[in-house]
Design a protein around this ligand. Sequence first.
Ligand SMILES: *[C@@H]1O[C@H](CO)[C@@H](O)[C@H](O)[C@H]1NC(C)=O
Ligand SMILES: *[C@@H]1O[C@H](CO)[C@@H](O)[C@H](O)[C@H]1NC(C)=O
Ligand SMILES: *[C@@H]1O[C@H](CO)[C@@H](O)[C@H](O)[C@H]1NC(C)=O
Ligand SMILES: *[C@@H]1O[C@H](CO)[C@@H](O)[C@H](O)[C@H]1NC(C)=O
Length: 440
Amino acid sequence: MASYLNHHPFIFYLLIIYTISISISISISISTTSALFLPKALVLTVVKDPSTLQYTTKLIQRTPQPLSLDLGTPISWVICDNRYISSTYHPAYCGSPQCTLANSKLCRTCPPPAKPGCNNNTCTTTSLNNPFTNIIISPPGGTELATDIVRIPTTDGSNPGQLVTVPNHLFVCAPKSLLQGLAKGVSGVAGLGRSKISLPSQVSSYFRFPRKFTLCLPPLTESGVVFFGDVTYNFNPPGGAASANLSYTLLVANPFRPSDYFIGVQGIKVGGEDVPSVNKSKLSINSKGNGGTMISLSHPYTIMETSIYKAITTIFNEQLTTVVKRVNPVAPFQFCYDSNTIGFSPIGPMVQDIDLVLQSKEVKWTIAPLNSMVRMNDKAYCLGILDGGNNPSTSIIIGGFQIEDNLLQFDLDKSMIGFSSSLIYNRMRCSNFNFTSNVI
Ligand SMILES: *[C@@H]1O[C@H](CO)[C@@H](O)[C@H](O)[C@H]1NC(C)=O
Ligand SMILES: *[C@@H]1O[C@H](CO)[C@@H](O)[C@H](O)[C@H]1NC(C)=O
Ligand SMILES: *[C@@H]1O[C@H](CO)[C@@H](O)[C@H](O)[C@H]1NC(C)=O
Ligand SMILES: *[C@@H]1O[C@H](CO)[C@@H](O)[C@H](O)[C@H]1NC(C)=O
């Protein structure tokens, strides 16, 4: 068997000599008489919706609000139709600090009759984007900025703990029409974007912990987690520090998409082999904001610009078909293989790794077989990468499937991402977080 088919689960970690150790000390003055309990971290459960493949969570805002998670969305939005009745709802009035924070300078007047979500003299956002459909709505008068109480479980890194309250969580009150294309039952989008008003930024600033959040996305039927703040994240079996051994790479700014997360991929390897035909200029972001590599939760699978897609899939297919049999495509994928000819190990199908080479040659993000091969039916496994066409605005969009059962830590203050590659190499999954609350 060709050497690229061998798994080297620990070699990957040995190669990481560029690990950056971060020590952050937060000094919080607790000498004040404030009764505010300052947790170190918070946790929300994440599940994957089978029909839209979106990752959803529940935020307790008045009642538990199921929300789809999105990385690039700068501020959370929730549908405020007649069902949203909350005595703790406060519209953001023009001139308030909230309007300033959201950089919203528009002041609205609502035509009679009075409607929920429309209050006079409140600041608004002119347009709102549904990241899953890319439908942008601009209702006359804009959409209202508001605050309400949200409640989130704390965590010590090992279990969920007591609930804490964020009294003035800023969000946008969206019209019902924007729900189209979201997972069934959800009432909006939790914005995890690179902005001052995203959910992670708001909870970090309120509880005064580092502006960091950590995603561990589950595959279908399992549970994953998103953590806010910074402690060691321990997964079962007890003592399994899932957040140990992260590698780090810098976030790259794209002035045209300021709240999205771009990373600097320099090259790609398939089965350890460089893919020389990848056009390097497409890997960087040009003066118009095009190109580069983005991480996205609004795309279920990785999408690559055509020339990159062709370069990668050609080599992948050539290497793999020396041992396994290719079968007919199964939509939406082109490269599918006969399951009976693929070997399986405890860490998934035995196919070659795909590596994203980051800033320095030593830092690689390995896309393990569990994150590259999608089981389509009893007979076929397909390479879960899609052709993005000739001129997409972003050359590589790393989609949700490719980051499942990986720990990804987004550090907004340091503009870095820490990543584990597949936790399966350490016999862990996101569902190994102990979801049993340790509050009696
Ligand atoms: C808002 O102000 C306008 C104009 O003064 C008025 O006609 C309308 O009834 C007010 N709407 C609400 C909801 O108070
Ligand atoms: C971290 O790396 C060390 C040394 O390679 C290894 O022994 C340990 O199992 C790893 N832990 C996790 C949780 O990945
Ligand atoms: C590489 O990409 C750039 C930018 O899209 C393009 O101008 C150039 O022609 C490409 N080079 C090759 C060899 O395809
Ligand atoms: C999960 O956490 C609970 C509460 O701390 C504990 O009782 C239980 O033993 C833990 N489960 C495992 C498998 O460690």
